[in-house]
Ligand binder design. Sequence first.
Ligand code: FAD
Length: 424
Amino acid sequence: MLRKLLFWGFAVVFPLPLILTYNVQGTAPGPLKYYIFLGLAAYSWWLLSILLSVRPPWLDRPVGLPAVYGLHGMLGILAIVAAYMHRDLSYSPSQLAGDLGNFAFYGALSVLCYSVFFMSGWLVDRSKLLQKTKRLLEIVFRRQLSVWIHRLNLVIVAMIWLHAHLLVRVNQYFAFMMLFDFYTVLTLSIYVWKKWIAPDAYLTGTVTANEARGSSTRRISTALDRTATRLQPGDFFFLSFQGSSSVSREWHPFSVTDDNQETLSFTIRQHGDFTRRLGHLEAGTRVRLEGPFGRFESIVRSQDREAPLVFIGLGAGVAPLLSLTAAHHTTRDIHLLWAVRSEEDAYYRDVLKEYESAPGSRLRVTTRVGRFHREDLTNSLPAEVISNSHFFIVGPNPAVLANQRLLRRMRVSPRRIHQERLTM
Ligand SMILES: Cc1cc2nc3c(=O)[nH]c(=O)nc-3n(C[C@H](O)[C@H](O)[C@H](O)COP(=O)(O)OP(=O)(O)OC[C@H]3O[C@@H](n4cnc5c(N)ncnc54)[C@H](O)[C@@H]3O)c2cc1C
């Protein structure tokens, strides 16, 4: 909690050097100066939002990638609010600077609305109607198109940069402009480095097996060129398959299914454009892996060792829970509840039986076709388990939210509920 507060606090502090430098140098009359501060805050938050979009690995373990993306989205909203006030309250003596500012504002607002609908689950995951609408629209607005629309934010930043450079009331102050350009160049350099240069240093491997599991799931194994020493149970990577004739190079996140740092196995449900093509992925294809990311293992380790763990896997969401189970089934009391669509989709039944019957195993497994209802949980879990356990839920967003609500109704405190949603 403290780490998250510090992390959010940094967003408040980030624009201050720019604002304070302008405050010292600028001679704009009183209120106008404050409206310029608002513009500077908006610009800094857009830059910080770009910095967060590169998924800094050193931020993942302390606060988690979902929190990083959460702040990335919130900064987009805060920046729009600050930019709206800046635009509404101040005036521009240069026609071109004013036009650039206006285009940037409306551009940023459009990209924000688009991204909230297509890329975040903030609204869509909470309404069946919106989910259906999104699925229909995604026939045209596919994920890769959305990624490119989202990248228009870089053009918007360039417009605002030029807007500031055209205004005499800011461009005459050398120290301030140096700092302004430093913020911009540093952010864009980190972005370019992370997107185009850093991937050469990522983990690499070769696909060794690609097997069907159930009706629409693949298990893809990858032998790594070097050991993933930082990998922890429950972690996930962003994968890009290189040079395959059937699958594109797009980066997609998938969780590691086993507790093995040399050969990584991924359990992938095929439901969209990219995952459907994975059936044709050839053994021998080279893979690039960004990561590992994830906080489940550190949460497990930070708790009382005697407290039971309840894992709720929804479909392919069982993947990270399986690697946590592999690592802890002889040292912790674990109840693994797995909801599948059909009997055929319970493809890890044998593996789970093996863990359950291993010498010294403390694992109990309940597999169910269909969703878990309140009575399923109360029948499968003793009352003291419900009142003491830490719950880990992984699956598609709406299903995770539904299970979270169910646990809340059973008086499980939010502090004991940890979740990973299969979109960010
Ligand atoms: C942390 C994490 C771990 C995951 N682990 C697994 C796993 O172990 N097994 C598994 O089957 N699935 C997993 N997923 C989900 C998986 O990444 C998506 O299902 C997959 O990327 C969908 O791609 P698609 O083109 O086939 O489907 P689409 O139809 O394009 O997308 C289906 C949904 O996935 C979202 N999505 C698509 N691409 C991405 C992306 N690059 N990043 C985030 N969301 C995306 C879309 O917004 C959409 O809501 C995980 C997701 C996350 C965020």
